[in-house]
Design a protein around this ligand. Sequence first.
Ligand SMILES: NC(=O)c1ccc[n+]([C@@H]2O[C@H](COP(=O)([O-])OP(=O)(O)OC[C@H]3O[C@@H](n4cnc5c(N)ncnc54)[C@H](O)[C@@H]3O)[C@@H](O)[C@H]2O)c1
Length: 255
Amino acid sequence: MRLEGRVAIITGGAGGIGLATARRFLDEGCAGVHLVDLKADALGEAAAQLADDTRVGWTAADVSRSGEVARYTREAEQRFGKVDILFLNAGIEGVVKSMTEYPEETYDQVMGVNVKGVWLGMKHGFPVLERAGGGSVIITSSVAGLVGTPNVSAYTTSKHATIGLMRSGALEGAPLKIRVNSIHPSPVDNRMMRSLEEGFAPGAGVEAKKTFEMRIPLGRYGTNDEMADLALFLASDESRFITGAVIPIDGGMTA
Ligand SMILES: NC(=O)c1ccc[n+]([C@@H]2O[C@H](COP(=O)([O-])OP(=O)(O)OC[C@H]3O[C@@H](n4cnc5c(N)ncnc54)[C@H](O)[C@@H]3O)[C@@H](O)[C@H]2O)c1
């Protein structure tokens, strides 16, 4: 029980990595897991898949809107009495288009969710974590935050930007006993990669997957459960001296 009695907020909680992490956190003794995602019906379905719904709450909210972020942090704290862990994991991939053809509106959306959503999460979340006596913030960036990839300029930019937010958060959080780290997955075998495979090679997603896999020294995509394992480590006391860290989980892709 590595998270006995802890309470976590997980954004993107109805998605692949978020839901797998919720399950892992509950298995490790969390007293409460509060899921945040865009749609109430998806959240209801996600919560129904989790073992013990007395320990599961949710708020439908858009992480890029300040009022909605304030609401999800408030509802989590009110429901469970405190919040110790903030997994800022919601993200969108945007589209696959060259820099010159990339739609400006999509650029703004991607930056709004992937960057401002993380900033707002800490802005509204730090006071709540401080009231709990400190805590752990985990930001889901990507290998796209460490190296460039053509034709996904907004996503790549957004995932690089979260490193700056993470480092600022780590320095501001340290006196409050709040640790902040970012995880950097390679492709993970879930919905987001199916969308990107189709974007990179329309109608030939299977071939696109093989091409991605060839760029990963361990020869395969990661899984949602493997991302959950790393989030668990960073949420738990086992990582108590780790803050401000950029942590790839990528089968060696950026080695
Ligand atoms: N899947 C991959 O290969 C991969 C690789 C590296 C990083 N990531 C990152 O992992 C994180 C989780 O993604 P995933 O792989 O589970 O994909 P996913 O699409 O299954 O999950 C993302 C979730 O975020 C939610 N979301 C999107 N916009 C939101 C908003 N404005 N407000 C609230 N929720 C919103 C979606 O509804 C979805 O449930 C993302 O930040 C993603 O960029 C994914």
